[in-house]
Design a protein around this ligand. Structure first.
Ligand code: SF4
Ligand code: SF4
Ligand code: SF4
Length: 263
């Protein structure tokens, strides 16, 4: 006999290389997470529960970035196992903090920390989109809880969530902050997707772009302004915090390597 009760969509949450701060943000959603749990069934979440069902799933959230072949294979497997795949946090969506370190400096630090005999397995951190199709990216380091709820509710309603169409500057102005650029201080707010409420600027820090580039970001215009009071290495440092693995970063800052006097 068919009960007539629709099964709830199955949600699973996995993580690769990261600090798990975005999953902690999920846990701290508390009542809101329980509300969502009324509409979905969380069937696999290592950090928060014992239940660990195998797929297939309806929605998979992935925090972190894969940096070993094993993790890349797992990511591809999870892609096959789910209808909707969502990147959770800037490590997943942009390669974020793990993406700062490049191959050369990684080799140096491996030797320094683990010794000459250590055989590294890690490769360059890249966003999830470098390996699989991702249905939605929830940026942020960590993610903004309201943004997670918005995206989940829209996904559960069968909609395709859209990124915010405005920059961090819009929220910064709403928060009443004086503009850092006018004080000759670097800030990536004009090119960064809104959604965080300009939390860093309100707290006295610059925007480093952890919400990713907004649509039609006028990067060259911002650089034109920044270079009036700062030099290229300093500006590059700000961009490299979260945007190092974007094509825009490569276009702006990656110089051809010089070998034996030739490029
Ligand atoms: S995006 Fe930031 S808070 Fe989230 S897992 Fe990565 S480093 Fe941690
Ligand atoms: S401080 Fe940064 S985010 Fe705020 S208005 Fe100025 S450039 Fe935009
Ligand atoms: S202000 Fe910029 S760096 Fe800070 S949370 Fe917002 S997007 Fe991220």
């Amino acid at each position: 006999m068919v009960s007539g009760v629709e099964p709830k969509p199955k949600l699973a949450i996995f993580d690769f290389t990261d600090c798990e701060g975005c999953e902690v943000a999920l846990v701290s959603l508390r009542e809101k997470l329980l509300d969502l749990a009324g509409e979905i069934e969380i069937v696999n979440w290592r950090l928060a529960q014992r239940r660990a069902d195998e797929g297939p799933y309806d929605v998979v959230l992935i925090e972190g970035t894969p940096i070993t072949q094993e993790e890349i294979d797992t990511l591809k497997f999870l892609r096959e196992q789910t209808k909707i795949l969502v990147g959770l946090g800037s490590c997943a969506t942009l390669a974020g903090i793990p993406g700062i370190i490049d191959k050369e400096s990684r080799g140096f630090w491996y030797k320094k920390i683990y010794g000459e005999k250590y055989k590294p397995r890690g490769i360059d951190a890249l966003p999830l989109t470098a390996y699989v199709k991702v249905n939605y990216l929830i940026h942020g380091c960590p993610v903004e809880k309201k943004e997670v709820v918005r995206v989940m509710e829209e996904l559960l309603a069968g909609k395709a969530p859209k990124p915010r169409g405005y920059s961090v500057c819009f929220e910064c102005k709403l928060a009443g902050n004086p503009c850092r650029l006018l004080a000759k201080k670097i800030c990536l707010g004009p090119i960064t997707q809104g959604g965080c409420g300009a939390i860093c600027i309100s707290g006295g820090s610059p925007c480093y772009g952890c919400f990713g580039l907004r649509d039609s970001a006028q990067i060259d215009n911002l650089l034109h302004t920044l270079y009036k009071f700062s030099d290229s290495p300093e500006v590059e440092q700000y961009f490299s915090m979260f945007l190092k693995k974007t094509p825009e970063y490569a276009r702006l800052f990656k110089r051809p390597r010089v070998k034996n006097g030739k490029t």
